[in-house]
Ligand binder design. Structure first.
Ligand SMILES: [Fe+2]
Length: 393
């Protein structure tokens, strides 16, 4: 166990049927009544934003402004423009409805408003800054993956440098997260699979990285168990609201786990793939996870082996010799990826994504400079990362 660790508990959760309808009351408890509603065009088209707008209106906290133009990769400049809209419309709170990009954009927005900054770039090093003014913030995730609703992390693209920047601060946590089964009912199977694999990577890396602690371990184990049980059925459209809510809870728990320990090699390389080649984060995670686990195996076989218990249950765990458990975990993940590939075409090789072999050197360089690399259980050089990328090609 770590000689010393800190654990920030996840935010208050409003979870289950009609959770959206409780947002106005939550805003009132936070002393807010003029929210800026932030989302993306896809959720507007899918009618999910209308559900949230209606809940806000009927609860007498109607949105003062609605911003629906958040792209899949948010950026520092975009956050500056949304902050201008927040101020122009006299908003006093933020309700964010979306996946990781929307939630991370909202986190950046809250930071900019809290500190009276023009743009997020001014808040580099925010982990050492005093908390600014409180901006009431409610997160409504519409994917079960990033866990952003439970993390003190925002990943935002710096367009000028083609890099994904990580901002880390306890003040980035929302005041409340809303897990409503209506929000993931229309999620396309491939997004369900990719974001679910992101959640699995959060749990696996949180459990095996150098900064894990007993409380993050508990969240990670719980998430692994639920993802092993529900991700494939949820992707296939089986299991109804129960499977989707289990994935929503698992993603939040995995988020709480890694927010308090860290991630590792899979995320370091995944961030680089996203920054250089714009490979969607969840797809990068799915492809890289088994390769990175095999790379790390000699440094953390015992930790990986322990994950067989939540993943496969006590009977399989006891039947499997200790020396074979870590490999059994990796093989189970590979089998899950094959099932997801068959169910929705989730890519299992980098050649089937936006990645290009010519970019491998740049990706490897960016990966070894990524903050997540520091806590990986085994050091990886640029050459190691390039070899991983070739193996995943
Ligand atoms: Fe992730």
């Amino acid at each position: 166990m770590q000689a010393y660790f800190e654990f920030q508990t996840p935010p208050r959760l409003l979870a289950g049927a009609l959770a959206l309808e409780n947002i106005p009351h939550e805003l009132q408890l936070l002393g807010a009544q003029r929210p800026l509603l932030i989302s993306d065009a896809g959720l507007l088209r899918a009618g999910l934003l209308a559900l949230c707008e209606r809940a806000l209106r009927e609860g007498e906290t109607p949105a003062q402004a609605v911003w629906t133009e958040v792209p899949p990769d948010s950026s520092i400049s975009l956050i500056g423009r949304i902050a201008d809209a927040y101020r122009e419309h006299g908003c006093d709170s933020v309700v964010a409805v979306g996946g990781g990009s929307v939630l991370d954009t909202a986190k950046g927005l809250c930071m900019v408003i809290a500190h009276g900054a023009r743009e997020l770039g001014e808040l580099m090093g925010c982990e050492a800054m005093p908390r600014g003014a409180h901006v009431p913030f409610i997160a409504v995730p519409t994917t079960a993956g990033t866990g952003s609703e439970a993390t003190a992390v925002a990943v935002v693209r710096d367009d000028a440098r083609a890099l994904k920047m990580e901002f880390i601060s306890g003040s980035l946590l929302p005041d409340a997260a809303v897990l409503d089964p209506r929000m993931t009912r229309t999620l396309p199977p491939r997004i369900t699979a990719a974001t679910g694999m992101d959640a699995l990577c959060h749990a696996v890396e949180a459990y095996s990285c150098l900064q894990h602690n007993p409380i993050s371990d508990a969240y990670a184990r719980g998430a692994i168990e639920m993802i092993a049980r529900s991700l494939v059925p949820a992707t296939r459209g089986q299991g109804g609201d129960e499977a989707r809510m289990e994935m929503a809870c698992a993603a939040t728990m995995a988020g709480a786990a890694f927010s308090n320990s860290m991630v590792g090699l899979v995320h370091a390389v995944g961030h680089a793939l996203g920054g250089v080649c714009r490979v969607p984060h969840g797809e990068a995670m799915a492809i890289l996870l088994p390769h990175c686990m095999r790379f790390n195996l000699d440094a953390c076989a015992a930790r990986y082996g322990e994950m067989l218990l939540p993943m496969a249950g006590p009977q399989v765990y006891v039947r499997t010799p200790q020396a074979e458990r870590a490999t059994a975990v990796i093989e189970r993940i590979e089998a899950m990826l094959r099932e997801l590939n068959a169910a929705c075409g989730l890519p299992t090789r980098l050649r089937d994504t936006h990645a290009s072999e010519e970019a491998f050197e740049r990706i490897a360089q960016a990966a070894v400079n990524d903050g997540a690399m520091i806590v990986n259980p085994k050091e990886a050089t640029r050459e190691d990362v390039a070899a991983l990328l070739r193996a995943a090609w």
